[in-house]
Design a protein around this ligand. Structure first.
Ligand code: MG
Length: 374
């Protein structure tokens, strides 16, 4: 496999910092394709199908899960990486792995587990994604984790606290130095945002928690809706929603490509090392940024803080906190493979176990272990 045709500032195997454990090179696929394949075959990846993104997904089968969200992020990332001459395989790999560390019940679950872990170093889903690929997956004879390429791991670790960065050595160094990850990682980060803002509008409408009339107050939505209606007079229902959302996604992607291209040209980066030293290069235009802010604010006020979502969120927090208390109180209730690790670090092991649960498994375990106690 060659890296021919990529921009000089793209990540290639030739400039990669490689794997922690040396392995023979793969046959008939690139190192980053191998990383992608390892992620797809991991058990953490399979569990994403039963984890929620926004906590409205329980309500039906048509809503996004973390798995379909990750696939949408991968699709957007690949498209943008290709057109910018970046390493498509790396972008796809980071996208597929970016949410592996999420707890059950979306952000409510993460916040609850972080609160439970307050006295034990806290819980960050981003750091947990890295922990899964570095330590927790048990699949290979020669090493723990998936032994991924440095640049894949760097892309997965989107943000982390300075305290954690200091513990992570080479991988945490950029948070201390204030340098940037690869452009592939930067692109995935923004693809994630484009994906969830748009699919949360879609799922929000589908669930009935928000309405088209409310969304007309959001300029970027109203503009795309007017464009769709101008082209297709009388369009209504699901088709109108999709024709509007596809225009929003497309305008955001095109804006991001255009602005990023301009930033790359203006900063005259020539190598991956230049990308690390430059300010963030993947960015939206100054015109789009306030429009996205309006959309995010709308979703925050009307969907994420909707009474129905909040009721589910409160319930999710209760489930996570009860499970944490039960396992801390009696680690003998953990599955056998966790019990030995719990002897060394009980709280972290309990957090790993709970974070790995799917929504429905957490509900089931809660019913089995906690309900009589409450
Ligand atoms: Mg995401």
């Amino acid at each position: 496999m060659t890296d021919m045709g990529l921009a000089s500032h793209a990540v290639t195997v030739a400039v990669s910092r490689g794997r922690r454990h040396t392995e023979p090179p793969p046959q008939e696929r690139s190192e980053f394709q191998r990383d992608r394949d390892r992620i797809i075959h991991s058990s953490a990846f399979r569990r994403l199908v039963y984890k929620t993104q926004v906590f409205v997904n329980h309500e039906g089968d048509l809503f996004r899960t973390r798995l379909t969200h990750s696939l949408e992020v991968a699709q957007l990332s690949r498209s943008m990486a290709r057109v910018l001459g970046l390493n498509e395989d790396l972008a796809e790999t980071i996208a597929l792995a970016h949410d592996l560390g999420h707890t059950p019940f979306g952000h409510a679950g993460q916040d609850a587990l972080d609160a439970c872990m307050k006295a034990h170093g806290g819980f960050e889903h981003n750091l947990q994604s890295l922990r899964i690929v570095d330590v927790l997956e048990e699949r290979y004879a020669a090493f723990d984790g998936l032994n991924l390429m440095f640049e894949t791991r760097e892309g997965i670790l989107k943000h982390c606290s300075l305290a954690h960065a200091r513990e992570l050595g080479e991988l945490g160094q950029r948070f201390i130095d204030g340098t940037q990850p690869s452009l592939e990682a930067q692109i995935v980060n923004l693809a994630d945002e484009i994906a969830y803002n748009n699919h949360d509008v879609d799922d929000g409408l589908r669930s009935g928690l928000i309405t088209l009339e409310q969304l007309d107050a959001v300029p970027v939505f109203a503009r795309c809706r007017r464009e769709a209606e101008a082209q297709w007079p009388g369009l209504a229902g699901r088709r109108l929603v999709h024709e509007t959302i596809r225009r929003m996604i497309n305008s955001m992607v095109l804006d991001l490509i255009g602005q990023t291209r301009a930033n790359i040209a203006a900063s005259a980066v020539e190598s991956l090392a230049d990308v690390h030293r430059a300010p963030p290069l993947a960015a939206y235009s100054a015109d789009l940024r306030p429009r996205l802010r309006e959309l995010k604010n709308f979703l925050f006020d009307n969907l994420y803080r909707h009474e129905t979502v909040r009721r589910m969120t409160d319930e999710a927090k209760r489930v996570i906190c009860s499970l944490f208390a039960v396992f801390m109180d009696d680690p003998g209730l953990l599955p056998p493979q966790y019990q030995a690790r719990a002897l060394a670090d009980k709280a972290r092991t309990v957090a790993d176990y709970i974070a790995g649960m799917t929504d429905r498994y957490a509900v089931k375990e809660h019913a089995r272990l906690c309900v009589q106690m409450e």
